[in-house]
Design a protein around this ligand. Structure first.
Ligand code: B12
Ligand SMILES: C[S@@+](CC[C@H](N)C(=O)[O-])C[C@H]1O[C@@H](n2cnc3c(N)ncnc32)[C@H](O)[C@@H]1O
Ligand code: SF4
Length: 596
């Protein structure tokens, strides 16, 4: 039965009179969409029958001044033809399978191999948000995370599956790391199946993506939830804001979308997972714990000069926005993993809300190990820390950045060495694993100053540290500063800063010294002891880790040797140009049926 059944009972003329009867479209908050539902329904039906919007406007003059199409991305009326299907859906119609443009979508996380060790424990959250957005608008979604799908790490096998089953491929490209390798892989997938790519790195490198992968049809720039809805429901490409697309060999970039409202976004679709996410390294599983991420806010109100976390990859500032705490709790109830990373830039920006969240976690008996990113400011809120400990917050990832006031000032971090000391004097009283992020190689920083990092970290009682060279991200205000400082350079966006005095080789030597001075045997024992005490590892894991260490050591040595060999090989070899690269032929192979 058609969802448009019995739409033609009343003549359109009569219905246009109802334009005076202003009321809101179902499900829409904004007061800008003011078209009577029944009229909309009829228009949708006309459009779906192939009547052009312009013809309708000409036929019914009262419509011509009315923006009668509601845009699902920003809720503003657009003078444009939106997908009749999507419009019908927004009116509350069931979206029948017959109307669906795509029957089987593949959501693909293309990362695999050693390079992903750092992100290996976490699911591809962005892609799961996209899958959640498509729910009800496409037939079926299969999510393949190649870290866990050995059979599909071969582009031939994956292509065979795509050709057999899939009519839309959605790929997430998020990191600079392994970018070219990922593009090589993607370019080998079938070009006859519509392929759309999104993600942070994809947004930074749209042109390059199209150039390297002739099979990519479109790139979704920035947050993809609303854009993908329009894409799958057949909104014409030229009308989708935030979309770049290829047509007749030409690339078109539509204007940016309006940032979506976090409070209305469905949370990630975890039902598509085919496995748990766990900690493996070199093929060895290190803990019985399973991992997940939950996003409760977007954006950060602080303005540290090096940091672009609160900008999306288009340079649009994400205003700090919070999801209602009840919705976070509802999501947490659906999460089965033992460890949850709150991937918010700063979990305690609003201490009152954070406290509420802790209360609700405790009240609802949600028992997880929570990992959070936090500024040192959280130490000012003792009651919040008490509750956080009770609620299961166990790992704090904190931006210390530098022990030196001069550098902290230069980075506009808004904190001083003394404030860091005071904060850690409080934080170390709790059963938290404290991780400090440091940045070295800052402008004017001496070797002696950099080497104070491990000493300082021990003085304040941090358990683990990570230390990164200062990177220049796109839209970072530090870019101009480095460019204006004689003797300081960066080679690429996202790449490290180095100087005449401290080139990349010197910085590497300094990094090794920071690492060895901090991670001595006593510190490693301290970390292990505390992890055991606060419940990050249990006896089973500790014994398991000890038993697996030789296997890990072997696989690390092997992978290093392979990398060295590859480096030697590529250093001597001629790098083929794009034209010289061999044309990829897809091996004719069958693959396991994924539909189960
Ligand atoms: C949480 C996080 C992590 C987690 C990973 C969690 C995970 N799920 O994988 C951890 C702590 C492990 C991590 C590690 C690193 N991270 Co990090 N991380 C973040 C952070 C804070 C949030 C990411 C996130 O979950 N966002 C929420 C989801 C919903 O957003 P999303 O993935 O971007 O997806 C949206 C869109 O991109 C788009 N989209 C994504 N995929 C697709 C696919 C399709 C088809 C479509 C249509 C749309 C689409 O729609 C999604 C929904 O809106 C971001 C900063 C930020 N605020 O975004 C940095 C960030 C992504 N990380 C960054 C970096 C540099 C790193 C590290 C390299 C840092 C380091 N030096 O160690 C490591 C290593 C990672 C690696 N692979 O090697 C950079 C990436 C820059 C780049 N181009 O490479 C970012 C942008 C921070 C920054 N500005 O510097 N990170
Ligand atoms: C989310 S913040 C840490 C938690 C918290 N928001 C804070 O500021 O304390 C992530 C960390 O990534 C590192 N980082 C971000 N941008 C960087 C850049 N451009 N270069 C080097 N490190 C960077 C910083 O050490 C920063 O503390
Ligand atoms: S470093 Fe932390 S506090 Fe500073 S802007 Fe970035 S996320 Fe916000």
């Amino acid at each position: 039965m058609s969802v448009f059944e019995d739409l033609f009972l009343e003549p359109l003329d009569l219905l246009t009179e109802q334009l005076d009867e202003i009321h809101l479209l179902r499900g829409y908050k904004r007061k800008t969409v003011v078209v009577p539902e029944k009229l909309c329904t009829l228009l949708v039906a006309e459009l779906s029958n192939g009547t052009p919007a312009e013809a309708l406007r000409a036929q019914y003059p009262s419509l011509s001044s009315q923006p009668f199409f509601a845009c699902v991305c920003c809720n503003l009326p657009h003078e444009t033809e939106i997908s009749p299907y999507l419009f019908a859906y927004s009116l509350g119609f069931a979206y029948s399978p017959a109307m669906m443009k795509y029957k089987h979508v593949l959501a693909l996380n293309p990362y695999f191999g050693d390079s992903t060790a750092a992100m290996g424990v976490f699911p591809p959250t962005g892609l799961e948000y996209i899958a959640a957005s498509m729910k009800g608008l496409v037939g079926k979604v299969t999510l393949l995370d190649l870290r866990y799908e050995k059979a599909f790490q071969d582009p031939g096998a994956l292509s065979a599956f795509i050709r057999r089953e899939i009519d839309l491929v959605c790929i997430s490209v998020r990191w600079h790391a392994q970018f070219e390798k990922i593009l090589d892989f993607v370019s080998q997938l079938p070009d006859e199946v519509t392929t759309v790519v999104g993600g942070y790195q994809a947004t930074l490198e749209v042109e390059h993506l199209f150039e390297r992968c002739p099979n990519i049809h479109a790139v979704v720039r920035g947050e993809g939830e609303e854009i993908i809805k329009q894409f799958v429901t057949g909104v014409p490409f030229e009308d989708i804001r935030g979309l770049s697309y290829r047509r007749d060999g030409k690339i078109t970039h539509n204007e940016n979308q309006v940032l979506p409202d976090l409070t209305h976004i469905a949370y990630p679709d975890r039902s598509l997972r085919r496995h748990d996410y766990c900690w493996t390294q070199g093929g060895v599983r290190f803990s019985h714990l399973t991992f997940d991420t939950v996003l409760t806010t977007r954006g950060c109100p602080f303005k540290c000069k090096f940091c672009t976390f609160s900008l999306n990859p288009l340079g649009q500032k994400r205003e700090y926005t919070e999801r209602p705490v009840d919705s976070v709790i509802e999501e947490l109830k659906t999460v089965t993993a033992d460890v949850v990373l709150f991937s918010d830039d700063n979990m305690f920006t609003n201490p009152k809300r954070a406290e509420q969240l802790c209360d609700l976690i405790i009240e609802n008996g949600i028992r997880k190990i929570f990992v959070v990113q936090a500024r040192i400011d959280v130490a000012k809120h003792r009651r919040l820390l008490d509750k956080a400990q009770q609620a299961g917050f166990k790992v704090f990832l904190i931006g210390v950045e530098s022990p030196h006031d001069r550098i902290l000032g230069q980075l506009q971090k808004g904190i001083t060495q003394q404030q860091i000391r005071d904060a850690f004097a409080v934080l170390t009283q709790y059963d938290f694993h404290l991780h400090g992020y440091f940045i070295y190689g800052n402008i004017g920083e001496t070797e002696e100053e950099m080497l104070y990092i491990p000493k300082f970290a021990k003085e304040i009682g941090v358990d683990t540290i990570s230390f990164h060279k200062l990177r220049i991200e796109k839209f970072s205000p530090l870019k101009e500063v480095v460019e204006a400082t004689p003797g300081y350079y960066y080679e690429r966006i996202g790449g490290p800063v180095y100087s005449d005095r401290y080139g990349l080789k010197e910085l590497k030597r300094i990094r090794n010294r920071i690492r060895s001075e901090f991670y001595g045997v006593p510190q490693l024992l301290r970390i292990a002891k505390k992890a055991r005490r606060i419940g990050l590892v249990d006896g089973r894991d500790a014994v398991g880790m000890l038993l697996k260490l030789p296997v890990l050591a072997y696989s690390l040595v092997k992978s290093r040797a392979q990398k060295k060999k590859k480096r030697r090989h590529t250093a001597g070899a001629h790098q083929p140009t794009r034209e010289e690269r061999p044309k990829v032929t897809v091996p004719d192979r069958t693959c396991a049926d994924l539909s189960s």
